[in-house]
Design a protein around this ligand. Structure first.
Ligand code: ADP
Length: 494
């Protein structure tokens, strides 16, 4: 990556941003704005529209009109595909600009952000563009005097509420299949990561998305997000974020039009290292990256390390060394391994988790502190807490920071009991050279994805979704279409 180019982008002022409603850039209905604070230095980066409920309703109305008149859903699939492919190309052509803007807003290290944000988003949109004209209806095996046709139709207006850790990647996981299916969308980015996602959506307009098909309303979750979730005219709501907000969205659906609600709510993912792991050095390095990259602000982060007791001390020593080798700091330096914590609120929350564990007698082996405070930014040292009890809050609740809880185990059964002993079920990993054990563990761990001898790194071809209170429904892969396409039967008497 070209540091000089990154530095010149970093130095550019960021113009204030507004909603995109019905293809037009618009301020909030009451003119309200909010400061965008950069976690790199705690300074105001720019202002964005502080959306109102009225803005959300206008955006839903625009999406409804666009859907009902068929300006997008009614196009030949090849025409929709051409627009989405152009959009993917535009995102790639502007990848570094998008990545740097996003990093200044949310703090992810640029090395990861460049790949995981614009490049991954472009790949996702291209994947669904290419898939959209390969979806067929069905003919049912009925008796010969009738014809049972099964059509697949776009569900209509989709509300998408997304978080701040990977706004482009997760945004594209929703927008790609929703738009490819022919739906119209009202998108609500997170308060602390709206800029790059808005810019990506502007590129969508440039690529030829008709007005009203993709609307973006910025502002507070409790106002804009809530209005979307309570709308009588949103057919499907898709969300990635915290459990408490997910619960509110289900309640809002029940109170309003019973829209379908698909939630991805994070996890407390167990990373399980057996004594027979093929390469303990590799396991330590990958496990450290699996929790500390993006300062732990990753929904699938391996935040609980379960280590077989016979190798516990030796392995934890390697892991602490790997954590201490990580280069923390300036997210716009490509050599940085983990950048800023997204907000002061999140940093305080992370530190409180560690303080509570410490007060309960758990051992902080490394980290546990705010660092680089002189920058004005929000940074935290990679933190390893040992002697954790599986029932501790630090082993049960999602910290969403660079904090690893280490728990020893003796047997496979005990590892399974600990692994499955939380309310979550998003991701997991198993490190073992024993093929049978690997498959047994994959079957017995209750999670949407189980990695074996690696952590993370899946691509667009496989689904991601949680079980238990990690959510429902799936992003990525062809299965994501299931959220955005309805089945309709035609029963024809011959
Ligand atoms: P976090 O606490 O990590 O920021 P949230 O679940 O609060 O996670 O945020 C994820 C997304 O949900 C953000 O876009 C946020 O604005 C939105 N959000 C927050 N509260 C609500 C709410 N009451 N209704 C709808 N959306 C909300």
């Amino acid at each position: 990556m070209d540091q000089a180019r990154i530095d010149s982008l970093r130095a550019q002022p960021v113009a204030p941003v507004q909603h995109i409603i019905d293809g037009v850039s618009r301020p909030a209905s009451d003119g309200g704005t909010m400061d965008v604070i950069s976690p790199l230095d705690g300074q105001v980066l720019t202002q964005m529209a502080r959306g109102t409920a009225r803005d959300a309703e206008d955006a839903v109305a625009a999406a409804r009109r666009a859907f009902d008149d068929g300006r997008w859903a009614g196009l030949a699939p090849a025409a929709r595909k051409a627009v989405l492919l152009r959009w993917a190309a535009l995102i790639e052509a502007n990848a570094l600009e998008l990545a740097v803007l996003g990093v200044r807003d949310n703090g992810t290290e640029i090395g990861m952000a460049f790949k995981a944000e614009p490049m991954s988003a472009a790949g996702t949109i291209r994947y669904y563009a290419e898939a959209l004209d390969k979806i067929y209806g069905e003919i049912a095996p009925t008796s010969p005097d009738v014809l049972g046709l099964i059509h697949r139709e776009p569900v209509g207006v989709v509300g998408a509420i997304v978080p701040w850790n990977f706004p482009l990647m997760i945004g594209a996981w929703k927008l790609g299949p929703a738009l490819a299916a022919g739906c119209s969308v009202v998108l609500k980015p997170a308060e602390t990561a709206s800029l790059s996602l808005l810019r990506m959506c502007e590129l969508g307009q440039e690529a030829g998305l008709p007005p009203g098909v993709l609307n973006v309303v910025t502002g507070e979750g409790g106002v804009v997000g809530q209005a979307i979730s309570e709308s009588m005219d949103v057919d499907v709501l898709v969300f990635t974020g915290s459990g408490p907000t997910g619960r509110r969205l289900m309640e809002a659906s029940a109170r309003s039009n019973m829209k379908r609600v698909y939630l991805e709510l994070g996890g407390k993912s167990p990373n399980i290292v057996f004594a027979d792991a093929p390469d303990l050095d590799e396991a330590a390095k990958v496990s450290a990256a699996g929790i500390f990259r993006n300062s732990g602000q990753v929904c699938v982060a391996g935040s609980r390390l379960l280590v077989e007791r016979s190798i516990h001390d030796a392995f934890v020593e390697r892991l602490v060394a790997a954590a201490e080798r990580m280069k923390m700091g300036d997210p716009l330096d490509p050599a940085t391994n983990a950048g800023a914590v997204n907000s002061l609120r999140q940093l305080d929350q992370n530190l409180a988790f560690v303080a509570e564990a410490q007060a309960a007698g758990r051992r902080v082996l490394t980290g546990g502190t705010r660092i680089l405070e002189e920058t004005g930014g929000y940074y935290m040292a990679p933190t390893v807490v040992a002697d954790v009890d599986p029932a501790d809050r630090i082993a049960q609740d999602e910290v969403f920071g660079p904090v690893l809880a280490v728990i020893p185990f003796d047997t496979e059964d005990e590892a399974i009991a600990i692994a499955n002993g939380t309310d979550f079920g998003l991701a997991a990993a198993v490190w073992t050279a024993n093929l049978s054990r690997a498959h047994r563990m994959v079957r017995r761990i209750r999670a949407g994805v189980v990695h074996v001898n690696t952590y993370g790194g899946a691509d667009a071809t496989v689904p991601l979704g949680g079980v238990k209170q990690s959510g429902n429904g799936h992003d990525k892969s062809l299965h994501a279409f299931e959220k955005y396409l309805d089945l309709k039967t035609a029963w024809i008497k011959l």
